[in-house]
Design a protein around this ligand. Structure first.
Ligand SMILES: O=P(O)(O)OP(=O)(O)OP(=O)(O)OC[C@H]1O[C@@H](n2cnc3c(O)ncnc32)[C@H](O)[C@@H]1O
Ligand SMILES: [Mg+2]
Length: 204
């Protein structure tokens, strides 16, 4: 089976990429499989910049083509926060529950119709042999008043998906993988992936 490397240390993302790529005939490796993988500093001001930083650093380190994912939650009533700071919104400990609590706290006086939000995912595909490609995907929703559901990760328990009538964390993993920002970004990447892999093959 063909292998694709994802420059992430996030277990939730890793699981989603495994299932998203498996159905496309790829096996997935992440930084959880490489003990001495470096920690890439996410100094960019956009999701795209950070996805490129992760993909290019790990691609350089391993000498192979690598996908980086930078993603997060954009809340309209919070002027787009937590945005690129989603992972460490409540501090460097990167706690999913502390992050969600902070968002709920900041929105406590905001009425339902103004609690609109979206998940955004930028993917970068980098290789030592060619130019980096970026794509993105998003999914619209609304922030609930309290966490609901135990599937998924991150802000999933407070992200209500109108078309499903459930939070992301109440959806089964295959249901999330049909509609998520990550799935949408991967669809966009798919259109460019074959050509990218062909260029790889001719240059190796
Ligand atoms: O950088 P890597 O190693 O990939 O792992 P990370 O967790 O630090 O990932 P990001 O820098 O991209 O930060 C994204 C944060 O946004 C949130 N997030 C991203 N995708 C999500 C999803 O599908 N569901 C819920 N929360 C998500 C979650 O809190 C993540 O920690
Ligand atoms: Mg990160």
């Amino acid at each position: 089976m063909k292998t694709v490397i994802i420059a992430t240390k996030n277990k939730g993302k890793a699981k989603e990429f495994e299932s998203l790529f498996h159905s496309r005939g790829f096996q997935v490796q992440t930084l959880l499989d490489f003990e001495d993988a470096l920690d890439v500093e996410e100094t960019g001001t956009t999701f795209e910049e950070n996805a490129i930083l992760k993909a290019e650093a790990i691609s350089k380190m391993l000498g192979k083509f690598v996908i980086g994912d930078d993603s997060g939650l954009i809340v309209d009533a919070l002027d787009g926060r937590p945005g690129v700071y989603s992972a460490r919104y409540a501090g460097e400990a990167k706690s999913d529950s502390a992050n969600t609590e902070k968002v709920l706290q900041e929105l406590k006086d905001v009425p339902e119709e103004k609690r609109t939000a979206r998940f955004y995912c930028a993917l970068a595909l980098a290789s030592p042999n060619q130019e980096t490609i970026t794509v993105s995907g998003s999914v619209e929703g609304r922030i609930t008043n309290e966490p609901k559901g135990t599937n998924g990760f991150g802000y999933d328990p407070v992200f209500y998906v109108g078309e499903k009538g459930k939070t992301m964390a109440e959806l089964k993993s295959n249901e999330k993988n049909e509609i998520s920002h990550r799935a949408n970004a991967l669809h966009a990447l798919e259109e460019k992936l074959d050509a990218f892999l062909e260029r790889e093959a001719t240059q190796l």
